[in-house]
Design a protein around this ligand. Structure first.
Ligand SMILES: [Zn+2]
Length: 76
């Protein structure tokens, strides 16, 4: 997928890929402040779950930090 680069943005896994929302879909739908390209990450199912549950290690989070910060700044 073009938006997400076709692989997990954290580990590079490309056989199973989820599209993860940085700002939850329903939250963003209320305001539509974020374009989809600014709000989506490609994550494997494991990293998607860990991201949603805020359980990524610092090293894992550092790989998506820039995009997450940017989404947060736009949305704030
Ligand atoms: Zn992964």
């Amino acid at each position: 997928m073009r938006i997400t680069g076709g692989k997990c943005n954290i580990c590079g896994e490309n056989r199973t890929l989820d599209v993860a929302h940085i700002i939850p879909k329903l939250e963003n739908r209320k305001t539509r402040r974020l374009e989809p390209t600014d709000n989506l990450l490609g994550l494997c199912p494991t990293h998607h779950r860990l991201f949603d549950e805020d359980k990524l290690t610092d090293e894992e989070f550092s790989k998506i930090e820039e995009k997450v910060r940017k989404a947060g700044e736009i949305y704030a």
